[in-house]
Design a protein around this ligand. Structure first.
Ligand code: NAG
Ligand code: NAG
Ligand code: NAG
Length: 434
């Protein structure tokens, strides 16, 4: 019961905090003092669209909840409004995750535009001013998730997203995406001939996000800039030395800017080229280990190839629900995390359930370093017996996976053939999986 009430209290306090935020807050100027640093010794926990398994995606409350649950990075998609404000929102249209359809004043605002080779009809963010977007409320995307927060929260700006990370009680990184840059640059005009990418980087620099991966500046305010568009990443490498991640879509989707196939952008020579600009790749997980009949099969060699070029691998998206989890993992998200971290050997995970990943990592590889004040971090007391049982279960699972699939190195030799064929159901040009 106590647990239940504290969860209710937590949600209420998050709600109050988000409502109390002013319209366009900047990070508070208070001295943040010495904060618990970002962990860098285990794969990164990346809160995909905030803690959107629980709270409507990309809202301030979803991000605050993710921070509460122990994420390393909060992740968000950056798009633009008609008047050029950068916002945190996933789809180019508002239809699926807001109450825009209930706003009579916007009923004449529906349009059809071509987005990455597909005609899409809906209410587009690029046809609304920031003020208009702020009058909408965000809803949960998936019907099988908690609907009780629908209509409570508004769309936030890129700057508000940054403010949430900077005001966190420990160092929390940001992981913003330059989303649909080709489309955004076609529909939104900035003064002085600026591009979306320029305004995006200016915002990062305004809040002092800078420095190479693991540099002192970076550790103070960690950031990964992500994009599916390689030309955007190459272009901004002249504007910022912050680390960049090249996202890779389903095997059927060509790049939106260079129209390159999956095979081209995952080739040895392309990875060599792009590694001059990025520190890692962010592939859809089903392209790394293709499923067949909802069971994961032999891994491709892409993780090994990326690592050989010094690139990190941060796959997306880990989701607890059975709708998204392959049968090998017997409805156990910890089993899925164990497989990807310990068998496949990835470096970061985009998850809709940051709290689950955090628990898994705390149980299996707790932090033992010293915090900034020099005090040894005391791990929260755990039920050791339960933990040992869990560990046995993971180990058994691990052995089973190894015997089913052979070792990853064997898989590596098999995998080139495996890569690029169409095991997947295919995705739309809107990167719905992401
Ligand atoms: C989108 O619609 C326009 C206007 O009807 C048409 O000219 C164009 O070919 C369509 N594009 C696609 C990709 O279907
Ligand atoms: C980056 O800057 C260099 C030197 O000014 C220039 O030659 C190059 O074309 C620029 N690259 C991009 C992608 O803008
Ligand atoms: C992209 O490339 C494919 C061939 O790989 C071609 O059929 C298609 O027309 C190209 N699309 C654009 C927009 O250039």
């Amino acid at each position: 019961m106590a647990g239940r009430w504290s969860i209710i209290f937590l949600f209420l306090s998050l709600v109050v905090v988000s409502f109390a935020r002013p319209f366009n807050p900047l990070p508070s100027k208070v001295n943040r003092g010495k904060r618990e640093p970002l962990q860098t010794f285990r794969p990164y926990n990346i809160a995909h669209r905030g803690s959107n398994g629980e709270i409507p995606e990309e809202t301030s409350t979803a991000y605050l909840r993710a921070i509460e649950e122990g994420t390393d990075f909060i992740e968000g998609d950056i798009l633009a409004s008609k008047d050029g404000a950068l916002i945190c929102f996933h789809d180019v249209i508002l239809d699926d995750t807001t109450d825009v359809a209930n706003h009579k004043e916007f009923s004449d605002r529906r349009r059809t535009y071509e987005v990455q080779g597909v005609n899409i009809t809906g209410w587009f963010t690029v046809d609304f001013t920031l003020h208009e977007l702020k009058s909408l409320r965000v809803n949960q995307r998936y019907k099988f998730r908690d609907q009780q927060y629908n209509g409570m929260f508004s769309i936030i700006t890129f700057e508000e997203f940054i403010a949430i990370a900077l005001d966190a009680p420990r160092v929390v990184g940001i992981y913003p995406e330059i989303k649909n840059p080709v489309f955004i640059n076609q529909h939104v005009k900035w003064s002085g001939g600026k591009r979306f990418e320029d305004v995006f980087v200016e915002t990062l620099l305004k809040y002092e996000y800078r420095g190479e991966y693991l540099s002192k500046d970076w550790l103070k305010q960690p950031v990964f800039v992500q994009s599916f568009a390689p030309t955007s990443l190459v272009y901004i490498s002249n504007l910022t030395n912050s680390p960049k991640i090249f996202l890779i879509d389903d095997v059927t989707v060509p790049t939106q800017d260079t129209n390159q196939t999956y095979e081209e952008i995952t080739s040895d020579s392309y990875l060599k080229y792009i590694s001059k600009y990025v520190v890692g790749i962010g592939p859809w997980k089903d392209t790394l280990v293709p499923p067949m009949h909802n069971v994961v099969t032999v891994p491709t060699d892409l993780v090994a190839l990326a690592h050989a070029h010094g690139l990190q691998v941060h796959p997306y998206t880990y989701r607890n629900e059975n709708q998204f989890m392959h049968l090998n993992f017997h409805q156990d998200p910890y089993a899925e995390y164990d497989y990807w971290i310990n068998v496949i050997g990835i470096d970061g995970l985009f998850t809709d359930f940051t709290g689950s990943l955090r628990n898994y990592q705390e149980w299996t590889s707790p932090r033992e370093d010293k915090d900034v004040s020099g005090e040894r971090q005391i791990p929260a007391q755990r039920e050791i017996k339960g933990l040992q049982l869990e560990n046995q279960k993971y180990n058994m699972f691990n052995e089973k996976m190894r015997s089913i699939q052979g070792s990853v190195s064997l898989a590596k030799t098999l995998s080139m053939n495996n890569r690029g064929s169409s095991f997947t159901s295919g995705t739309t040009a809107m990167n719905q999986n992401f």
